[in-house]
Design a protein around this ligand. Structure first.
Ligand SMILES: [Zn+2]
Length: 280
């Protein structure tokens, strides 16, 4: 019996390091704190959930600086704790962050799996994106390939319920205070929009780490993602604004018009839509 147990442990640890680990096993490793030890173990896990604690407490200004397809709408609802529930979750330009939450029951209606290489083979909901974003991601990957750039997709859509399970499990293990420094509370992950995809490459062993930004793949993305409607959502040095550290791997679809403007202005989505600084 003991042998079996040891073998099980061995195979589990191998699986955790392998690129083809199953969704559930991988999920257990997602959102692990970025301590150097844990970070070293991560393979394309969703470090996007790391965030600063207690920062970026801006709220949606009452007045609208931008019109049309702006991220904030009159339907936004201020909750009892001062955060906002976004009123237009299906907008391609929706801004979700620690202070702008998606409704718990929001599930995009047009989720589909983009035809791009993933770092794992099996079916998993996190392969999904919304239709328009998925088609754009395919174009982006195709263009990258044409330039000799080999990208690999890691993690897209994540349901409110899955984020809740991950968050609650982390609270059990690490306590709430520590968990809030690296794991997004349910409703605050941009992955719930179906408009985000974490992308990586062999050069960083398919991990989600900041050094990806210095690889040829990361540099190509920073230069070209906007041509396909995507932005690098969490810019370097913008943690006070976005609530997240630099994430060169986290692509967010906003449509070509907005992505081009955001790229040109070199600003965060919060700044672009007048959500930062706050109107207070
Ligand atoms: Zn991400």
């Amino acid at each position: 019996m003991k042998k079996v147990w040891i073998l099980t442990l061995l195979s589990l640890s191998l699986t955790a390091c392998s690129l083809a680990s199953s969704g559930d096993e991988q999920e257990a490793k997602e959102d692990a704190p970025a301590s150097s030890q844990k970070e070293a173990e991560q393979t394309a896990s969703d470090k996007e959930d790391q965030s600063s604690s207690g920062e970026g407490t801006e709220q949606a200004p009452a007045d609208e600086k931008k019109d049309s397809s702006s991220a904030k709408t009159e339907k936004d609802k201020v909750l009892a704790d001062g955060t906002v529930e976004v009123g237009d979750p299906e907008s391609l330009q929706v801004v979700v962050n620690k202070n702008r939450k998606l409704p718990g029951d929001y599930v995009p209606e047009d989720l589909t799996v983009p035809n791009v290489p993933f770092y794992f083979q099996e079916d998993h909901p996190k392969k999904q994106m919304r239709e328009e974003a998925a088609r754009a991601l395919e174009e982006l990957f195709e263009a990258a390939e044409g330039d000799g750039i080999e990208l690999v997709a890691a993690s897209g859509y994540r349901s409110y319920e899955r984020q809740k399970r991950i968050y609650e499990r982390n609270v059990e293990v690490y306590g709430k205070e520590e968990t809030d420094t690296f794991s997004a509370q349910p409703g605050t992950s941009e992955h719930q929009t179906g408009l985000a995809m974490d992308v990586t490459s062999a050069q960083v062993a398919f991990k989600l780490e900041q050094s990806f930004g210095e690889t040829t793949e990361g540099e190509w993305l920073a230069d070209h993602a906007h041509e396909y409607g995507f932005i690098i959502r969490y810019r370097e040095g913008a943690k006070d604004i976005t609530g997240y550290m630099y994430e060169p791997w986290h692509l967010r679809y906003v449509g070509k018009e907005v992505s081009s403007d955001v790229h040109e202005q070199a600003v965060t989505l919060e700044e672009f839509f007048g959500l930062y600084p706050s109107a207070e």
